[in-house]
Design a protein around this ligand. Structure first.
Ligand code: SF4
Length: 385
């Protein structure tokens, strides 16, 4: 095998469909914001998107925009703009890159999608602090800029067992979103519409989990780096048929790879787990670095964050409360340690990489018990994270 063969990566055919549905998604948002024909809600990445869709909002996710700023390597220029406003370089680089881009009136959307000049103006901002408290501050900043309401759910963090009291409290907060959202959308809430969206999100979660689990096969047909790209529909389109149709297509392709013994990394010799955030501006470099060594980084905490096993359309509020609280990022160190051990076993992993990102202690699990590790962690901002 030549050196060139070693780093050869097999293209995932479904990617062209992914590109198309992502373009459709952003153009719809852009058009809605320009024409005012449909209301736009901004939502945190593991926020209550199902309620928003059921109430007729199109949903935009600023964290996805932050990741795009990283992947396009625009973040490096945007971070100092936010820092100059007083944001600490120690905090979330998604937040800082995104706010920097807004102040600089720039967006990677314009580069990828002709005719889109900026992010779609929100009619409301909706957060859940399940992942971190930073999102509340981030969204509150935009609420002032756009002069629109910001509402949200406050989830306790560091949970070992998720109890009925947690679920009751969070489900009640989710229900309390309905009144303001009815007022903003001008649409009456209908429980059957929410049930339908939760059913679609549940199917999306099942399909996405199946996609990720194809990497349990030896050799794995899929990599973590593929996952960071192909997770986009689970993040921004869960609760829509479009996301589910896409994952059926992708799953079929990956199952065909397994049937034909086609590996994502030629000559797979080492199986690696990635914990923490991807380094968006270096995905290709990292993919090639590992595949060149016969190593497949094939499982991660990050991509699994959009598996919401508890969704139940027959009990939408309670099941959403559970699904959005049982997530890895919300849990205690003990829970996380057990979770990672189970992942290492089930994916037959040889080693683990901890990306200890200074700007996100919530997604850095190498320093158990420490809230943050300033000064010792790497500077993910330098990598456009
Ligand atoms: S979880 Fe981390 S990266 Fe994500 S918004 Fe919160 S601080 Fe930023």
């Amino acid at each position: 095998m030549t050196e060139k063969d070693k780093i050869k990566r097999i293209k995932i055919e479904a990617t062209s469909k992914l590109n198309q549905i992502m373009a459709d998604y952003f153009y719809e948002l852009d058009s809605a914001a320009k024409t005012d024909e449909q209301k736009v809600a901004w939502c945190t990445s593991v926020g209550p998107a199902e309620i928003l869709r059921a109430m007729g909002f199109l949903v935009f996710f600023p964290e996805n925009h932050g990741a795009m700023l990283g992947a396009s390597r625009m973040a490096t220029d945007m971070l100092p703009i936010a820092d100059a406003q007083g944001y600490s370089p120690e905090i979330c680089s998604y937040l800082r890159a995104d706010i920097g881009a807004y102040l600089n009136k720039t967006t990677p959307l314009s580069k990828s999608y002709k005719g889109i000049a900026g992010v779609p103006k929100p009619d409301v901002l909706v957060f859940n602090t399940n992942q971190c408290r930073d999102v509340q501050d981030w969204f509150s900043w935009y609420a002032k800029k756009f002069d629109v309401p910001v509402i949200g759910v406050h989830t306790p963090r560091g949970l070992g067992k998720v109890t009925q009291n947690h679920i009751r409290s969070i489900a009640k907060q989710l229900e309390d979103l309905i009144n303001p959202l009815e007022y903003i959308s001008g649409k009456k809430f209908a429980i059957d519409e929410l049930k339908q969206v939760v059913a679609l999100s549940r199917e999306c979660s099942i399909l996405w989990e199946k996609v990720l689990n194809t990497a349990r096969n030896v050799p794995a047909p899929f990599t973590f780096f593929d996952g960071t790209i192909h997770m986009a529909p689970a993040v921004v389109m869960r609760g829509t048929p479009r996301a589910n149709d896409y994952y059926k297509l992708l799953l079929e392709e990956l199952e065909e790879r397994i049937a034909n013994n086609i590996a994502a990394v030629n000559d797979e010799r080492h199986r690696i787990y990635w914990d923490g955030m991807p380094i968006w501006g270096r995905l290709r470099d990292h993919s090639e670095l590992f595949s060149d060594l016969g190593a497949n980084v094939l499982a991660s905490t990050y991509c699994n964050s959009w598996i919401f096993s508890a969704f139940d359309p027959d009990d939408p509020f309670n099941s959403m409360a559970r699904a959005y609280t049982e997530l890895f990022i919300v849990r205690s160190d003990d829970y996380k340690e057990t979770y990672i051990k189970e992942m290492l076993n089930s994916f037959k992993v040889d080693g683990i990489i901890y990306h200890d990102a200074k700007c996100c202690p919530n997604n850095s699990n190498a320093s158990y018990g420490n809230a943050a590790t300033p000064g010792t962690a790497d500077r993910c901002a330098q990598f456009n994270h």
